[in-house]
Design a protein around this ligand. Structure first.
Ligand code: CA
Length: 253
């Protein structure tokens, strides 16, 4: 069951609603079954436009979104969904190449799942996603106002906003959570596996196995994060890759 507290309480109807956007009827039925068993009232759409309308109407807690749809592709559907809802979005793709992942995450998806998948695997992924804190995750190492600043970068924890050289930068939840974890420990290398757990909202559980796909998801989020911040992996202003370990937020000098 997707039971237990999560930060989006107070919206009971929403907590139990999911939207499935999938044109393959077999996969659609499977997704509906998995989500229904997890306690969701599930609505399904066979096209992207229909999916956007369902999300607009029902404002679901979770949306699964196929990349290959007959009318508009899943990335564009995700962008449109993001203009009307902050639903958790899992993108499903039959292709595993990095471009898919990059585009999927950049479009505002929270996670992605490759096909074929086992029902249990998808359910675990959704459960992990729902455990992620959505608001004010980080006690940023900064001041009492909940803001941290370093060399032109200002992270406001309470408002979940980020500005670079005075210009606001829009980050996805995952990007913000990762940035927050790094900013919170300046000068310290954070292992990739620990960042996976940040995404899971599960930093103290070391019992769950971290897979290569999870690590790659962190890499993809970091790539997007750097691009949005205008940071450069080769000559970093803030986020440095620590080879064989993970990433480090450089101490402001
Ligand atoms: Ca499809």
């Amino acid at each position: 069951m997707l039971a237990g507290p999560h930060p989006r309480s107070g919206l009971d109807a929403r907590e139990r609603t999911a939207v499935v956007v999938e044109d393959d009827p077999d996969v659609r039925d499977l997704l509906e079954a998995v989500l229904s068993q997890a306690g969701f009232a599930t609505r399904t759409a066979a096209s992207g436009r229909e999916g956007v309308e369902l999300v607009r109407t029902f404002d679901p807690l979770v949306t699964t979104l196929d990349v290959g749809l007959p009318d508009i592709d899943g990335f564009e559907v995700c962008r449109r969904i993001r203009t009307v809802s902050d639903t958790y979005v899992v993108m499903l793709t039959a292709r595993t190449d990095e471009i898919d992942a990059l585009m999927g995450l950049d479009a505002g998806a929270d996670d992605y799942q490759t096909k074929p998948f086992r029902p249990r695997e998808l359910r675990a992924r959704i459960e992990a996603m729902l455990r992620r804190p959505r608001h004010g995750v980080l006690p940023a190492g900064g001041g009492a106002a909940g803001a941290a600043a370093a060399d032109g970068l200002v992270v406001n924890v309470a408002a979940r906003t980020v500005a670079v050289d005075g210009t606001e930068v829009h980050l996805t939840r995952s990007e913000f959570d990762l940035l927050g974890a790094l900013v919170d420990a300046p000068g310290r290398a954070i292992p990739k596996d620990a960042l996976v757990r940040v995404l899971w909202g599960d930093e103290y559980d070391t019992g769950t196995l971290v897979t290569d796909q999870d690590r790659r998801s962190v890499e993809v989020h970091l790539t997007n994060l750097r691009r949005k911040l205008g940071d450069d992996a080769a000559s970093p202003r803030w986020i440095r890759t620590v080879r064989g370990v993970g990433y480090r937020f450089d101490q402001p000098s």
